[in-house]
Design a protein around this ligand. Sequence first.
Ligand SMILES: Cc1cc2nc3c(=O)[nH]c(=O)nc-3n(C[C@H](O)[C@H](O)[C@H](O)COP(=O)(O)OP(=O)(O)OC[C@H]3O[C@@H](n4cnc5c(N)ncnc54)[C@H](O)[C@@H]3O)c2cc1C
Length: 498
Amino acid sequence: MSDYDVIVVGAGNAAQAAANSAREQGAEQVLVLEKAPEADRGGNTHFSGGMMRIAYGEAEALRPLLPGVEDELPGFFEDVPTYTEDEMMADLMRVTAGKTDQTLAKTLISKSYETICWLHEYGGIPMEPAISLTGIRVGNRVKWQKGGIIRAEHEGVGLSNSWFAKSEANGITIRYGVGATALLQDEDGNVVGVEVNNGETLEEITAPAVVLGCGGFEANAQMRAQYLGAPWDHAKVRGTAHNQGDGLRMALEIGALPWGQWSGRHSTPISNEWPDFADRERTDRSNRLSFPYSVMINRLGLRFLDEGEDMGMYTYAKYGGRILNEPGALAWQIFDQQTVHLLEPRYSTSDPITANTLADLVEHLDVDDKPQALRTLEAYNAAAPSRGANDGFDPTQKDGLSTSGLSPEKTNWATRLDQPPFLAYSATGGVTFTFGALKIDEDARVIGTDWRPIRGLFACGEMVGGLFHFNYPGGTGLVSGAVFGRIAGASAARKAAE
Ligand SMILES: Cc1cc2nc3c(=O)[nH]c(=O)nc-3n(C[C@H](O)[C@H](O)[C@H](O)COP(=O)(O)OP(=O)(O)OC[C@H]3O[C@@H](n4cnc5c(N)ncnc54)[C@H](O)[C@@H]3O)c2cc1C
């Protein structure tokens, strides 16, 4: 007789989706293990912006998720563009250079809408429009970027709190400060439970089904150095300090198959003033994602990437890494008064360096070669379209307003820096989560190095490998966690009922 029907390791979005799905599908005794103390619960989910990218098709399909939205945003459903499964697949394929695992991607995308409706209805998670992330006000209307329209109310904090409330209401046992340290197997190789460290002693807890939803290795400097290489051991961590790769280590120890891009990670431009681990109160407000409207220079005073390569939601997850690899892992994002109104509200957590001339601005920046910095900004201005051409400036889509003759060019939103005062914000690369993880099948069963399922073991969330390579379309992590968490929970409940 086992202690529980299903044990879920972790207490973020994926794990809680799994635990509640298991309950919904008939598992009576479900245990959630949260390694963090209660005050630090919820993993990266707590820190997240709560945004969810789903293939909703027509905007009207969002009405059940956002019933009162037109009170706040009149004309919302006319303003939101369609977003089909084909478009979401095209986005995922484009940003991952075609390397996304096709089976997982199809499952993710085809179940994205129905799963978020389940999250809302069964999980009791209220939603709101993600206006500060993907909406741009034009007059009294809002222009939306396709796909990432909704987020959990009160962002990741709201999402996490709602999940804990649902789990408690669903009779799920949650143990805080209890981390899984090893998977238990019987003599036939079935996973039959976990060994845990409860802070005082090691304990064995048994169940016929174990779901791993305990994150990647992003908070572990040694594993970052090992798999991502230098300088990732120095990256600031954007989320929880508790995702140390425990689940991956435990699964690999019993022969799980590593899958996906183990050298890959999600990392974003964040304020260089931020601490090494994220601040639980300010959550994701370190992000500095308005860079498409900026000119970015490094400590050598040089531009080093195309700030306007694509809409920010399709470049932000790779540009953190680009900045981290620059000298001193530092860049400056420079704006003038033409674009300053476009800065995300999150910029208000920093005081920018300001000046009335570019020469004065670079004097105040932490760059090693100030004359070069000024030459770079002047060369940028000379290569940007003349003022009249700025009439074509359109922050709501790729506007083709490009510099000419620079290396690299800025290929969209290349307005001149000529309207003082100028503002400079610091940026470094913050690591969000890691891409390398485990191979699972469509039932979220963990596959072994013998290419057979490891009986009794399931995985979800950041522990699923293969979906993301090089880059990531904003808002996909939480939806992946929900989709594969729900599947893992249902599969675990079935296993427990055998
Ligand atoms: C600042 C920030 C902003 C983000 N914004 C967004 C966004 O807007 N939209 C989006 O889609 N994604 C976003 N993400 C990514 C998103 O947060 C993650 O993809 C998602 O939360 C991962 O969910 P998860 O359940 O797999 O892991 P987590 O939420 O990280 O949960 C892992 C859990 O496992 C626990 N744990 C770890 N080890 C053990 C162990 N040995 N035993 C027991 N428990 C253990 C942890 O304490 C934690 O509870 C953001 C991430 C960050 C950091």
